[in-house]
Design a protein around this ligand. Sequence first.
Ligand SMILES: [Fe+2]
Ligand SMILES: [Fe+2]
Length: 336
Amino acid sequence: MQAEKHDIPDGLNEEYYQVSNDILGSFNKYRPPLNIFLFKEDVSRVVPYYKVGGRLTNEQIEELRALTNDGLVFVSRADHPVYVKHISYQLDLVLVDRRLTEREIADIFTQALTRRMADFLEQPVKPVLEKLRVDVMVLTEYLYTDMARARALVRRLHTEHSLENHSVNTAFTGIALWGRLKGDNFQDSVKRKVFDRTVLGLFLHDMGMTRVPEFIRSKTKPLTLDERGKVNAHVKAGFEMLHKLDLRYLEMEQCAVQHHERLGGSGYPLKSVTQDFAGRLCAVADSFSAMVAKRPYAEAMGPVKAAALLARDGKYDREITGALQALLLLDLKMKP
Ligand SMILES: [Fe+2]
Ligand SMILES: [Fe+2]
């Protein structure tokens, strides 16, 4: 139990994180990667306990554990990058540590999932997928009960293009849009299983791109017809990869196969198709993510402008593009 018996001044939380034993226990025991402070009640102030580069004795480790249980151990918010990086390697700690702010958690998710996604795209095999899947499930656990939390993720979209950045952006955007569409009824109208599968599907929607030669993917000049065909084949490749990875779920297939299909039949691979919900959601999130990231051949577009273009484009689901505009303008209060 974290004792609240100590009178910790409010201002302290602006400068320090109070550390839990789960977090403390996850650091290197003898050589924690960041400075540690104690709250001294008699002087009502925080004093240094351990400095990076030093080494804790076994006695100190025990003492620190007891003090942490009493809620007296802190790390500096100036060490935010170290802290975020550390937790991002053990993402489930996010669900345990009640003292992290929504923004800090969003930073941690962004960093952790981008790294996992990059690892998977580099090596799209089951064991690497499993690590990504576990972390994505931490994300869905965190969001399912309170979808408004997804807004903080949309504030952290990557602005540089890479396949992992794009995948993360598409997933974050898709989730936030879905939350916007359902409002307070999310848990009543979306089953947890469907949510989990669709979210992983959003992350994986473009994994077929790993089969497209790098020189085509990074080409800054217009693609030849042949090259264009190879890029478009990423959809089919993605579908095959899902099966190879034993991910035989409709929601994931819809994300992978339908995200380039358009209402009215102008997309690919199918010309006239009724897109399923996951496909329509992924289509909007995917196009939006592509527009707001800087690419070798195009500057990044402002999110509000990108949303306006999509809303005017009849080839996308109007309800979803409307939700995108509402999300940016009303919920996130972004300026045009
Ligand atoms: Fe794609
Ligand atoms: Fe995409």
